[in-house]
Design a protein around this ligand. Structure first.
Ligand SMILES: Cc1ncc(COP(=O)(O)O)c(C=O)c1O
Length: 406
């Protein structure tokens, strides 16, 4: 009797999609950072509000066993955004359906690209900027157009971005047979930009959004608390609408192609819990929400978010402390002649002068301080990005820095 054929030994596992096979994964924070002064990932260096910690401690065991519930969280986010935009809740035009909840802004970004980026579509962005936009675009098979900041002072390349959004102006010879051209599918603006600290006036972002209604303009406002540059107050005040926006009218009515990203990771000190928000036209928020799982945000993050949103004073105090520490460090660096850049955000780029950046990074690490190398990044290769903590932490950094770069 014939024996059944032995299964063929597979020589390799089945390949993933071509876009994924060719993808270089985003390199996430390294392990082993606990116990050190972490000035490498722009986190809150003192942790969340004690009310957040208390709220998590009070979670009953039953909550671990049941699926998370999100009821009321979008309303709490909307109320908080209205308050921090200088409007009293209940406010006009920003309702729960304008708010998408995500497992961190990273997950919101991923969802935006999944929902909007088809193979061959264009992502327009700046360079250098936050490192997760590119892998998100690549995994969708999108084409990336990254326009550099102005060398030396890192000013926002407004005219070049505007031109890339609106396309070639037809010359006389093209008038008869215009080249096929379509606007970018997505424009990603990080404001203020990580890592250059570049600030762009919110009104200019609205100008860009108005110039290309077919492009979804995503404004990553992760660090807006440190400069106050947000498009939300303008939208809530009725910018772009005919006359004054009617009481209760949708804040995104005039700019349905704008999506704003905010997170509780940095200022609120909850990076380990993973929760972030996408704020936009209800139809856009709905589409981005369609590509996520039903329980992507865990119950601990939900409980913590309610407590954090309820303690804005804690966040405000941390932001004020960081701004004071940043100003002091900037003064000292200027006085001592070290090149440094970074107008917005809780971080600065520093250029070592006595040694290479890698050597200074290592010497700081030996002194118990982590900073982020910008090696290989266009325009800022050779610099180190230093997150700003409290004044006491930056005193510690300053004495270590002077020794490390000597
Ligand atoms: C500009 C920018 N966007 C998004 C993120 C990710 O934020 P989250 O922790 O909410 O995923 C970061 C984190 O470093 C960031 O710098």
């Amino acid at each position: 009797m014939d024996r059944p054929a032995a299964p063929q030994a597979a020589s390799a596992p089945p390949p993933a999609r071509p876009e994924v096979e060719n993808l270089q994964a985003y390199s996430a924070p390294l392990e082993g950072r606990r116990g050190l002064l972490r000035l490498d990932f722009n986190e809150n260096t003192v942790g969340p509000s004690p009310r957040v910690v208390e709220a998590i401690r009070a979670i009953p065991a039953e909550h671990v066993a049941i699926y998370p519930e999100y009821e009321g969280l979008q309303a709490a986010v909307a109320a908080s955004l209205l308050r921090t935009s200088g409007l009293a809740a209940p406010g006009p035009g920003l309702e729960p359906h304008h708010i998408g909840l995500f497992n961190g802004v990273d997950a919101a970004l991923h969802a935006v690209f999944q929902a909007y980026g088809a193979p061959g579509d264009r992502l327009l962005t700046t360079s250098p900027t936050f490192g997760y936009y590119s892998p998100c675009a690549r995994m969708q098979g999108m084409v990336i157009e990254a326009i550099p900041y102005r060398p030396n002072d890192f000013a926002f390349p407004f005219d070049a971005i505007r031109a890339a959004l609106t396309g070639p102006t037809p010359g006389p010879s093209q008038a008869a047979a215009p080249q096929p051209w379509s606007p970018p599918r997505l424009l990603l603006i990080c404001n203020p930009n990580n890592p250059t600290g570049t600030r762009l006036a919110p009104a200019r972002i609205l100008e860009l959004a108005a110039a290309s209604p077919a492009t979804l303009v995503v404004v990553d406002e992760l660090y807006e608390a440190f400069s106050g540059d947000s498009v939300l107050p303008l939208l809530l005040a009725g910018a772009g609408a005919e006359g004054t926006r009617a009481q209760g009218a949708d804040a995104f009515a005039a700019f349905p192609n704008l999506l704003v990203l905010r997170s509780l990771s940095k200022t609120a000190g909850m990076a380990g819990l993973r929760i972030g928000f996408a704020i936009g036209h209800p139809a856009v928020v709905d589409r981005v929400g369609r590509v996520t799982g039903p329980y992507d945000i865990n119950s601990f993050a939900v409980t913590a978010a309610f407590a954090a949103l309820d303690d804005q004073a804690y966040v405000d105090a941390f932001v004020a402390e960081v701004l004071a520490a940043k100003a002091l460090l900037q003064q000292r660096l200027t006085a001592a002649g070290w090149r440094h850049e970074g107008e917005g955000g809780n971080y600065l780029l520093l250029w070592p002068r006595a040694r290479g950046a890698a050597a200074v990074e290592q010497r700081l690490r030996d002194a118990g301080i982590l900073v982020r190398s910008m090696a290989g990044k266009p325009l800022i290769d050779g610099s180190l990005r230093v997150s700003i903590g409290t004044r006491a932490q930056m005193e510690q950094f300053w004495s270590a820095w002077q020794q490390a770069d000597s």
